[in-house]
Design a protein around this ligand. Sequence first.
Ligand SMILES: C[S@@+](CC[C@H](N)C(=O)[O-])C[C@H]1O[C@@H](n2cnc3c(N)ncnc32)[C@H](O)[C@@H]1O
Length: 221
Amino acid sequence: MIELLKRKFCTIIKIPYQIINNFIIRPFISFRFDKTYNIDTRSSASINCDDKIALSHATYYQAVPIKYLEILFDLLQHDSPYTHFIDIGCGKGRACFYASQKYKQVTGIDFSKNLIANAQENLKSYSGTINGKIIFELRDASLYDLPNETSLIYLYNPFDEYVLRKFIKRNMGHFLNYKSRIAYINDVCHDFLIKCGFTREFKHNAERGISIYSLDKSRIY
Ligand SMILES: C[S@@+](CC[C@H](N)C(=O)[O-])C[C@H]1O[C@@H](n2cnc3c(N)ncnc32)[C@H](O)[C@@H]1O
């Protein structure tokens, strides 16, 4: 009986907390991040791309909540700053700016012309310190070759399995040769990665799930 009451109480408390968190706390923290670094990653924007097929498999632009980045970077605290951080579907670049506080080389790619233009404008106005280099490139993930170096591939649920399959297939040689990992927030294609031979090293049970994957070569035939 007490357990049941406790559970009911928690559910009643959880709903207003989520409303306050989603509509007040989270937007305020995002506002503060943008204000501190003199950038704009918050405002929504449509995707501008001529490739109708890629477009039909894409997620709309939504900047990652700062809280998720804090959780992820806590998980990555022992990762080398010389790992190349690559945001696949970077939008206006929020995760790249955040990552540049740790990583020396940061790349953001996106297939949307206006979003990459916004990211580049943000790079010009960015007032934070950049430890190394940040670049933003107009590229489609399914045609993108990862560089020949250990990288941290960051995904905030940018597209569905159709594009992820193309990306992984194209870059399987990279994953076999380098100790690159995939940091995946809202990992809706978890099963697909496991099928490809990846294993989940960490999972944080945030609202949307934050996971880190690496290729398990013993499962590749
Ligand atoms: C949910 S937003 C993520 C934004 C950013 N990564 C972040 O963490 O704030 C998804 C982004 O993926 C991009 N995208 C979707 N399909 C893509 C593709 N095939 N190639 C490159 N970018 C893509 C969209 O344009 C959009 O900006």
